[in-house]
Design a protein around this ligand. Structure first.
Ligand code: ADP
Ligand code: MG
Length: 353
C-alpha cells in the first residue's frame, strides 16, 4: 500500500523554513492538492517527498517504510515514484515513443512487454498518432500528455505533479484538468498535485491542503475549503470572500457597523474581536429596506460595474469597512446611494484565526 505520510516535515534554508512542521496523511489511491501562492513551500514539499531534498526535521513514510528522516534519506530511484516537472523535461532528441519508454529501458524490460505497455499508455493518453514525432513538433498540450505517459508507464506507486498545466493556454488548461482527473480515476495512483490555481485544485483533488508560509493552513475536501474556510488567509485565497471584523456579543452574535449579526453554528468568544467571512454572491443588496430586517446592515454604494452576467458592487459600511457584492445584472443602484445589505446567518462563517 502506497499511502504517503508527512510527519512534522521541515526544510530550513538558513533562518527561513521553506516547509515548516507539515503533517499530512495521503491515503492509498487518493489525490491530494497542495494549493497556495508562489513561495509558500509547495515545490519544496514535493521535492522532499520525491527524495531530491533531505528534510531538516521530521519524517516521510510510504506505507510502512520510512523513506526520509534526518538520519536516512532513500534516493529518488528507490521510492517507486514518478515526478512530472513544470517544464516537462522531455528529451528533445528522442521521439515521443522513446521518451515514453525511457523509464522501462532503464529498468531493462524486454521488447515485447515494453511494446505492450507502450501501446496501452499511448491509447489512454491519446498519443498513438504522434509516436514518431519529436517534442519540438508537438503543442504544449501534447508535450504535457507525453510527460504524463512517461510518468505513468513505469506504474509508480506515487505520482507527483508540480504545476503541470502552468505552461498551457487557458482553454487547454481546463481540458487537461479533467484529463488528469480521468487518468487518476483509471489508475488510482496515490498522487500529490501542486498548484497555485484554485479551480485546478477543485477539479482534480479528493482533498486540498491550503499552504501558507510553509505550513498547511487548512486540509479538507474542495467543498470544505470553499464553504467552510477556517482562516482569513484561506477565505481570501480561495477568493470572492469578504472579511468582516466586529465584537462578539455571545457565541453566535457579533456587533458590526451598528447592527447585530447572527452567525449560524459559531462558537464566538463573547467580548472578543472576531472575524467572519461571507462570499460576495451570498450578500443580498437592496435599494429598499427589506421587510424582515434580520442580519441587515446599511451601506453606501462606492462603485458599481456591469459585467454582463453579473453586476458587481463596492460598498462601504457605516464603520468604513468596504465590501464587495455580486448581484443580478438588472439590480442597478446609483453610486452614492444608500443600500441595505442582508447577510444570511447560515452564510456567515466564523474564522478561527
Ligand atoms: P512554491 O513552490 O510554493 O512557489 P518553493 O517551495 O519553491 O515555493 O519555495 C518556498 C520558499 O523557500 C521560498 O521562499 C523560496 O525562496 C525558498 N527556497 C526554495 N528553495 C530554496 C533554496 N534552495 N535556497 C534558499 N531558499 C529556497
Ligand atoms: Mg513551485
Amino acid at each position: 500500500m502506497a499511502s504517503v505520510e508527512l510527519r512534522g516535515l521541515t526544510k530550513r534554508y538558513g533562518a527561513v523554513a521553506a516547509v515548516d512542521n507539515v503533517s499530512l496523511k495521503i491515503d492509498h489511491g487518493q489525490l491530494v492538492c497542495l494549493l497556495g501562492p508562489s513561495g509558500c513551500g509547495k515545490t519544496t514539499t514535493l521535492r522532499l517527498i520525491a527524495g531530491f531534498l533531505e528534510p531538516s526535521d521530521g519524517e516521510i513514510h510510504v506505507g510502512d517504510r520510512v523513506v526520509s528522516s534526518k538520519a536516512r534519506t532513500l534516493p529518488p530511484e528507490a521510492r517507486k515514484m514518478s515526478m512530472i516537472f513544470q517544464s516537462y523535461a522531455l528529451w528533445p532528441h528522442m521521439t515521443v515513443a522513446d521518451n515514453v519508454t525511457y523509464g522501462l529501458k532503464l529498468r531493462k524490460l524486454d521488447r515485447d512487454t515494453t511494446a505492450k505497455k507502450l501501446a496501452a499508455i499511448m491509447a489512454t493518453t491519446k498519443l498513438e498518432a504522434l509516436a514518431e514525432r519529436y517534442p519540438g513538433e508537438l503543442s504544449g498540450g501534447q508535450q504535457q500528455r507525453v510527460a504524463l505517459a512517461r510518468a505513468l508507464i513505469v506504474e509508480p506507486e506515487t505520482l507527483l505533479l508540480d504545476e503541470p498545466l502552468s505552461n498551457l493556454d487557458a482553454n487547454l488548461r481546463e481540458e487537461m484538468r479533467f484529463e488528469i482527473r480521468r487518468l487518476h480515476d483509471e489508475y488510482r495512483y496515490t498522487t500529490v498535485y501542486v498548484t497555485h490555481d484554485q479551480s485546478e485544485a477543485m477539479t482534480t483533488a479528493d482533498l486540498i491542503a491550503v499552504m501558507n508560509g510553509g505550513r498547511i493552513d487548512q486540509l479538507g475536501t474542495p467543498e470544505d475549503i470553499y464553504d467552510r474556510p477556517q482562516s482569513e488567509f484561506v477565505a481570501r485565497f480561495i477568493g470572492a470572500a469578504n472579511i468582516i471584523k466586529g465584537r462578539a456579543r455571545d457565541a453566535d452574535h457579533m456587533d458590526f457597523a451598528g447592527a447585530t449579526l447572527r452567525v449560524s453554528g459559531a462558537t464566538l468568544a463573547g467580548g472578543e474581536t472576531v472575524a467572519i467571512a461571507i462570499r460576495q454572491h451570498d450578500i443580498e443588496l437592496s435599494a429598499q429596506a427589506p421587510p424582515d430586517a434580520g442580519n441587515t446592515i446599511k451601506a453606501t454604494v462606492t462603485r458599481q460595474v456591469f459585467l454582463g452576467a453579473t453586476r458587481d458592487y463596492l460598498v462601504a459600511a457605516a464603520d468604513g469597512t468596504s465590501l464587495r457584492v455580486v448581484t443580478a445584472p438588472t439590480n442597478l443602484v446609483a453610486e452614492g446611494s444608500e443600500v441595505w445589505l442582508t447577510l444570511p446567518a447560515e452564510r456567515c462563517r466564523a474564522l478561527a484565526r
